[in-house]
Design a protein around this ligand. Sequence first.
Ligand code: LLP
Length: 417
Amino acid sequence: MSAGFRYREDGRLWAEDVPLETLAQRFGTPCYVYARSAIEDRWHRYQQALGSRGRICYAVKANGNLALLGLLARQGAGFDIVSGGELARVLRAGGDPASVIFSGVGKGTEEIRQALAAGIRCLNAESAAELERISAIAAESGQPAPVALRINPDVNPETHPYIATGLAESKFGIPLEEAEALYQQAHRDPNLAVRGIACHIGSQLMSVAPLAEAAERLADLARRLQEQGIALEHIDVGGGLGVRYVDEQPPEPDEHVAAVTAPLADLGVEILLEPGRAIVAEAGILLTRVEYCKRNGSKAFAVVDAGMNDYLRPALYGAAHAIDPVIRSDGPSRTTAVVGPVCESADTLAEACPLAVAPGALLAVRGAGAYGASMASQYNARPRPPEVIVDGDRAHLVRRRETIDDLVRGEALLPED
Ligand code: LLP
């Protein structure tokens, strides 16, 4: 079971020192539950592995809840953002703008302006055109913009194609062959201050070998740039370490850090990492209740109150996630499809789960600390679930359940004809 979540002798699943059953009574279902100690434990593992060689910039997209960002900010985290919205979240959570890296393939003019005004550490430009825009915006203020180029190293990360980002044909980054000329251009531009090199090759990686290969390619580029007199403060190797959703055996944070730092060791630059999932995924679950049990033909279904709008990964990537009963039953388990109430056949949280459940039973969908709440929608006019952080024997509601008013906020009827 996810770190921070374990069965006790009473056969019940607990989040730290609180039974999940109690949380369901108090906050209702569906509900995201995060274990503070598990988040901090993963954070410290990264931090200890990297030490003073660099900085961990948590990828906000994995889970941008303010309380969670605040927790990480207090631990000294930097942040990797991909939008003005994520920048606002970091600032509201008390994050230090000087620790913020702005990634993403399509930064808008206003977003770039906001990021420069906030004094972020670096913008990772993903094309010549974006670099030009950043330069033009920096010229308005007369302050050079701190930039890195995000390189597409053309390394196969061996993951789901939707979350592979470092292959030549992907939309991300700048081809390695074009990088040097663009660095020369940026170096000459008085509105730009070259700070480093960036890359991110993909997500949910089960081997560190592709990460090491990408780091080697960045190291070669860094050497060539240094020879040409282009000084670099940092190399940002992105995130991407996989987690255990069912029975995978992902590498540990220290293996990740060792693989990406070794090729960069003699360059004299600070090393930035941008893990998201590996910090928060296993520290969270989605708590849901079985509404109905039914059979269609030979197939058994448990219809639960959480749907693809609350947890998109199974529908979007065909991702498998372990689903565990909150109260263990001695009854015979049978292969059950766990499905949500949304009107889509893809609204299946698990195709074939061995479960002994009856209506009313509570289930915990594992790994939902990352890319759960942050990818949730209101599809089918479903208010989004609350988020709770458990800290020892205390449970904090860090985002309340949405209401119908939240659903229609900002909408208006047409005037009468
Ligand atoms: N840095 C950059 C530039 C990224 O694009 C990403 C993720 C990360 C860091 C963090 O990657 P992580 O350490 O979490 O693997 N929704 C998908 C994941 C999309 C990831 C996109 N970029 C999922 O649920 O699997």
